[in-house]
Design a protein around this ligand. Structure first.
Ligand SMILES: O=C(O)CCC(=O)C(=O)O
Length: 373
């Protein structure tokens, strides 16, 4: 086992090297295999002649990055080239994003598979489901593996016990720093020209929180969009049901008045969008309509189609791509499978959190169903 482990770790770090050539003479990546309680680290020494890798057992005093995974993840990396389970990582951001890009990102074949399996889906309605009525294995099979969106109506007991209001957000979360999208951000989204400013959440709410959409202007209200959820918020957040909590660590929050919006795009991770306050109206377009929408790749995990407006029935593409509309009310979560295009609009003051699942989408890489209840 030990020599096989060494070979696996050596191969993983070798695959990461091209993206972490940072000129340092030595890089150390620590691994912990959770279920075996094994620790080993890979040392990369750089000389004028190239890079030499060696694997040592035990713990290094000052690793550049630490990666915690399981024996099953190592087997998956060796056979499938990707992990399915939750992987915790700390340390150097370039090393961690290299690990994510290399072992936790969907392949072009995986993307094509999602576009293919959604081709045969029929029905213009999104199911509204209850946590009590489905087991995790049912949910994974019927929705996640089938790439079918669903609204989960009763997944937020903590939020229901202590509902949020704009005043409570201001007083309890107001110190969080937020990046606010300003100007005509929907037109410039994901471009370098998109304007943003950094504020405290309380300042943002004071200046824009309860503003109304200005229909006379093209510019939408500034939007505190896609900010990383601070760690202490995880204490009161309701995690998505049906999936392991460890997969849900990559959460973002979205706060803004009526009229704030995120134009049409798709993410290549399975996602739960959780509505804490207010209401959003969401247009969904099936992955198989990608050829109609000419998505523009922003990075491996996101494609933008912000020139297509699925809410405008006159738009030349809208009628051909059969958008499905969902109203997401406070207390509800939308399961949004990887690859589904979505255009999201706040119809009132709104506070949402989305949880990207840190694994290859279920529709491409199913879990071992026997381990789910
Ligand atoms: O709520 C929004 O404005 C956008 C959310 C979104 O795009 C997502 O969860 O992927």
């Amino acid at each position: 086992m030990q020599s096989e482990l060494h070979t696996n770790l050596h191969d993983i770090v070798r695959a990461l090297l091209p993206s972490v050539a940072d000129g340092k003479p030595q890089t150390v990546v620590q691994f912990t295999v959770r279920d075996k309680r094994l620790s080993a680290y890979v040392v990369v020494d750089r000389t004028a002649h190239g890079e030499a890798l060696r694997v040592e057992d035990g713990k290094h005093g000052r690793p550049d990055a630490s990666i915690f995974l399981s024996t099953a993840d190592l087997a998956d990396i060796a056979s499938l080239g990707c992990v399915r389970g939750p992987v915790s990582m700390t340390g150097s951001p370039p090393l961690l994003s290299s690990f994510r890009d290399r072992f936790m990102s969907i392949s072009p074949a995986g993307k094509a598979r999602i576009e293919e399996i959604t081709r045969s889906q029929i029905g213009a309605e999104v199911d509204r489901i209850s946590v009590a009525a489905l087991s995790p294995a049912d949910f994974i099979q019927r929705y996640a593996m089938a790439s079918r969106p669903a609204v989960i109506v009763d997944a937020m007991p903590k939020r229901n016990a202590s509902p949020w209001t704009i005043e409570r957000i201001r007083s309890e979360l107001g110190d969080a720093s937020v990046e606010v999208r300003t100007g005509n951000y929907a037109a410039d989204i994901y471009k370098e020209t998109m304007q943003t400013k950094d504020l405290r959440l309380a300042e943002y709410l004071a200046s824009h929180g309860d503003g109304l959409a200005d229909s006379a202007q093209d510019t939408p209200r500034p939007y505190a969009a896609s900010n990383g959820v601070p760690w202490d918020w995880h204490l009161w957040l309701d995690y998505p049901p049906f999936v392991p909590e460890g997969l849900c660590q990559y959460a973002k929050f979205w706060i803004g008045p009526a009229g704030t919006k995120t134009p049409l795009h798709r993410d290549w991770l399975d996602n739960f969008l959780s509505q804490l306050v207010g209401t959003k109206r969401i247009a969904l377009v099936s992955p198989h309509h990608a050829p109609l929408l000419s998505p523009r790749g922003i990075h491996a995990g996101l494609d933008s189609c912000n020139t297509v407006d699925p809410f405008d029935p006159q738009h030349q593409v809208t009628s051909k791509c059969d958008p499905v509309f969902v109203t997401l009310n406070a207390g509800e979560m939308l399961f949004l499978p990887a690859g589904w295009f979505h255009d999201v609009r706040s119809t009132s003051f709104s506070f949402s959190v989305n949880f990207f699942l840190m694994r290859i989408p279920y529709a491409v890489c199913p879990p071992d169903l026997t381990t789910l209840l």
